[in-house]
Design a protein around this ligand. Structure first.
Ligand SMILES: NC(=O)c1ccc[n+]([C@@H]2O[C@H](COP(=O)([O-])OP(=O)(O)OC[C@H]3O[C@@H](n4cnc5c(N)ncnc54)[C@H](OP(=O)(O)O)[C@@H]3O)[C@@H](O)[C@H]2O)c1
Length: 338
């Protein structure tokens, strides 16, 4: 089998394709022919050496794969040869509440990931791919899709009509926009690009703010919501956006902390910004296999088609990373297999 290894650290993304012997399939394992892989901001961090849980040695990167089962172990019961499947982000978090044990293993950071022509994984670490999606689309559910799902519907319990503020138009944000529209929520989006704002409005964002031309954007959000604030913020911005996100939230509303696109350093949060208005600050860490399963069913039922910004081939992995890191993507960046 062929794998891509990430050989360089720093701000260049240099890959070395390697031929490796195929792994044997254990009793509860399946072999998958990988067809597509999706990138996330985390993968850029791993490549740059700024991800806290990354391995020191070169690894096979990425966590999000779609493929087809080509071999099954003798005790496999959930999957069969020919099934189209997607990887679950945490192979050991099947369902229930998060724990250290369930989230200690992931693909593509502290151990080898999925940028390979084939994978051998426990059948427990996989879910059937949505029937309505292509392989490239299906690969995007694993991290960005589940993170948006968990934040909106598990952590926040958002109901139709809820006013949701979504920051930026990256992979998690565009997934959140699509799920919000499909579920009848009332999404408001921020972006640094008027062209991306236009695209988000065409997809169903009811209101928008350009956070670059309007740096005090929390005031725009308050104005858009008649001075009250939004019910919920999907906080992907981190260091420089978190205090504004809190200010843009209504009394009793929720801020779900997801990321740090503007930095993961200390944001100055005054206790009163949460106390006055009894606002809830919580976080998500991707999600469980059960959440991935629920998302896959929802996608099929509601006809959600994930937005793919651009596809690259297996041998163009460096270009895929550069494109994601450029900030020009609207939606997901995908690598297709040879
Ligand atoms: N907690 C979790 O489990 C989890 C899971 C997935 C991702 N994350 C985190 O969530 C964040 C988003 O991940 P992603 O994969 O969606 O990233 P991404 O696709 O790389 O997002 C890129 C986009 O982020 C937007 N952005 C950049 N700086 C911003 C700012 N200051 N304010 C608002 N938007 C900004 C830009 O949108 P515009 O071009 O429209 O301005 C940019 O195009 C990352 O920090 C990642 O580490 C966390």
């Amino acid at each position: 089998m062929l794998v891509q290894t990430l050989a360089a650290r720093g701000n260049s993304y240099r890959f070395t394709p390697l031929e490796r012997p195929s792994k044997p399939v254990g009793a509860k394992d399946v072999r998958i022919a990988v067809r597509a892989a999706a990138l996330n901001f985390r993968d850029i961090q791993v490549a740059r050496g700024s991800y806290a849980h990354a391995a020191d040695q070169p690894i096979v990167p990425l966590s999000d794969a779609a493929g087809v089962v080509v071999e099954v172990g003798e005790q496999v019961g959930r999957l069969a040869i020919g099934d189209r499947v997607i990887t679950s982000f945490f192979p050991d978090w099947i369902d229930g509440l998060i724990s250290r044990k369930k989230t200690s293993a992931t693909h593509g950071a502290n151990s080898d990931g999925i940028l390979a022509t084939e994978l051998v994984l426990s059948e427990e670490a996989l879910v059937h791919a949505p029937k309505s999606l292509t392989d490239s689309e299906a690969a995007t559910l694993t991290c960005a899709g589940v993170t948006a799902w968990n934040a909106l519907f598990v952590q926040a319990g958002a109901k139709p009509g809820a006013r949701v503020l979504i920051l930026g138009t990256g992979g998690v944000a565009v997934w959140a926009l699509q799920l919000s529209v499909a579920a009848g929520l009332d999404p408001i989006i921020t972006s640094s690009s008027d062209a991306k704002i236009e695209a988000a409005r065409a997809m169903g964002a009811r209101a928008s703010v350009n956070y670059r031309t309007s740096p005090e954007w929390h005031n725009d959000i308050l104005r858009i919501t008649e001075g009250e604030g939004v019910d919920l913020v999907l906080e992907v911005g981190g260091e420089h956006t978190l205090p504004r996100s809190i200010a843009a939230t209504r009394p009793g509303g929720k801020i779900i902390v997801i990321g740090g696109l503007s930095g993961f350093g200390g944001a100055r949060i005054e206790p009163h910004s949460l106390i006055f208005g009894a606002k809830t600050l919580s976080a998500v860490q991707v999600g469980s296999r059960a959440m991935l399963q629920d998302l896959a069913s929802f996608v099929d039922q509601r006809g959600v088609k994930p937005v793919i910004a651009q596809e690259f081939t297996f041998f163009e992995a460096d270009r895929a990373y550069e494109f994601l890191a450029s900030g020009n993507a609207f939606g997901k960046v995908v690598i297709t297999m040879p």
